[in-house]
Write a protein that binds this ligand. Structure first.
Ligand code: PQQ
Length: 239
């Protein structure tokens, strides 16, 4: 592998997103096009809760490894975005407003009892990746957020149009993400462009983004298999 310029590296990262980001997954297409019933949407929100709930732990793991106050200050804001600054605020609390709005019992959602095994494995793999890999790879693994504003806009407009059981209030989780995600991914992209200086480091960065796309993809494969194809594993949420 030859050394890429920062622009070439960014182009390859964007190419990975264009090919592998979870907006292309059939389950998301069905979710956004109104092809799922309420129970299937509940299963999506319940499983995705685990992703949301572990994101601040993922970011705290990385925060602890960052070498400078400047980097830690930047990363600390992500934890506040998700955990809030007081009870009832932040992204995780807003996700619970979505599961409430879909009629799921809050204690049941927070207990994690109904998760699909693959949801747990995928999300845990992401947290472990950020713990175990280089700081460069860990930061690069957040770069899926480059692509999330587009899918979030599609999701919110599609779901509001097609489902009478969701409202702007229940989908309020997504509104702040439209400004938080670009801010976060701009920082991560600038870091990666600046710090991936050898072919090996560039390969690591590209591999980290592919890995993260696989995390997101696997969660949707599992939802599709269980709740569209009908093979619900023992112990998982039964609508
Ligand atoms: N990704 C992260 C991360 O890797 O640190 C944090 C988030 C995402 C979020 O807080 C999100 O809400 C989010 N949402 C979507 C989505 O709705 O499709 C995707 C992603 C992503 O691409 O990882 C995140």
């Amino acid at each position: 592998m030859t050394l890429l310029t920062p622009d070439q590296l960014e182009a390859q990262l964007r190419q990975i997103g264009a090919e592998r980001y979870h907006n292309r997954h059939p389950f998301h297409r069905k979710l956004h096009d109104g092809k799922l019933d309420k129970a299937q949407v509940q299963a999506w929100a319940l499983n995705r809760y685990y992703y949301q709930a572990r994101i601040p732990a993922k970011d705290a793991t990385l925060l602890a490894r960052l070498p400078t106050a400047e980097l830690r200050r930047e990363w600390r804001r992500r934890i506040e975005d998700h955990d809030g600054t007081e009870p009832g605020t932040g992204g995780v609390a807003r996700w619970l407003m979505l599961t409430d709005g879909l009629g799921l019992d809050r204690d049941y959602v927070e207990s994690l009892e109904g998760l699909l095994p693959a949801t747990r494995f995928s999300v845990d793999a992401y947290v472990n990746f950020v713990r175990d890999q280089s700081i460069l790879a860990a930061i690069a693994s957040s770069l899926t957020e480059l692509f999330s504003p587009t899918i979030i806009s599609e999701r919110v407009s599609g779901m509001l149009r097609h489902y009478d059981f969701v409202s702007e209030k229940t989908l309020a989780y997504f509104t702040p993400r439209l400004t938080q995600a670009p801010r976060d991914s701009d920082f991560a992209l600038a870091y990666v462009r600046e710090n991936a200086r050898t072919p090996e480091q560039q390969k690591e960065v590209l591999g980290a983004l592919e890995f993260k796309c696989s995390v997101l993809w696997t969660m949707l494969d599992a939802l599709d298999y269980a709740y569209v194809k009908g093979h619900i594993p023992p112990g998982a949420f039964v609508p």
